[in-house]
Design a protein around this ligand. Structure first.
Ligand code: DX5
Ligand code: ZN
Length: 224
């Protein structure tokens, strides 16, 4: 199953409810929330109060991508706010095993995120435990950046590692994804596709954009 996860970073924050309902109606599988602290990444975005409000207006799973230092400090408050999936960056958490176990014990899907330059070798010990790996395909911090094409090889490599070992982990990809590269990203092995500006920022309506991306994922599934 390929899941499309619109990132609200590119939505209109003054009309979040409207934008989230639009993608929900257009068939989004999960809502991707980019949580940034101004330390791990230069940007600052939303925190738990906004997440709580979002929880009230959608029944879709909420996927919190934590681009924050020491993310374990915020797990409880985000779980309380109603998120369903949480990913923490390998580069920001010195105690990944503890974090992943903590999340899984609480019924949260646990993910580990990697910056483009971080090698997948660092995942060796944690990979059997996680529900998903979020491979950044741009440097985290901002929407609307250009896809880093060397990450395609990394997706393929990770897919092979997961398949060869029979792990359950799924691959989420995030950054610079749109109609021009979605197909090759799917071929490489990604299954959860985060898209911000290609959905909310395009000069056309959200439903058309979602329909186009869904058609690409359906075609891919038919071919494989
Ligand atoms: C970047 C964020 C992404 C971002 C993707 O740090 O993690 O989720 O919203 O945006 P686009 O799809 O515009 O690259
Ligand atoms: Zn993200």
């Amino acid at each position: 199953m390929i899941e499309i996860a619109p990132s609200i970073l590119a939505a209109d924050f003054a009309n979040l409810s409207r934008d989230i309902k639009q993608v929900e109606k257009a068939g989004a599988d999960v809502i991707h929330l980019d949580i940034m602290d101004g330390h791990f990444v230069p940007n600052i975005t939303i925190g738990p109060p906004v997440v709580s409000s979002i929880r009230k207006i959608t029944s879709l799973p909420l996927d919190a991508h934590l681009m924050i230092e020491e993310p374990s400090r915020y797990l409880d408050v985000l779980i309380q706010a109603g998120v369903n999936w949480i990913s923490v960056h390998l580069e920001a958490d010195a105690h990944l095993e503890r974090t992943v176990s903590y999340l899984r014990e609480r019924g949260i899907r646990a993910g580990v995120a990697l910056n483009p330059a971080t090698p997948i070798a660092g995942l060796e010990e944690i990979l059997p435990e996680v529900d998903f790996i979020l491979l950044m395909t741009v440097n985290p911090g901002f929407g609307g950046q250009q896809f880093i094409s060397s990450t395609l090889k990394k997706i393929r490599k990770l897919k092979e590692l997961i398949s060869c070992n029979g792990y359950k982990a799924r691959i989420e990809v995030d950054g610079g994804i749109g109609a021009g590269n979605l197909h090759e990203i799917l071929i490489a092995g990604a299954e959860i596709i985060v898209m911000g500006s290609a959905i909310f920022g395009a000069n056309r309506n959200v439903a058309d954009a979602m329909a186009e991306f869904r058609a690409i994922t359906e075609r891919h599934l038919q071919l494989t």
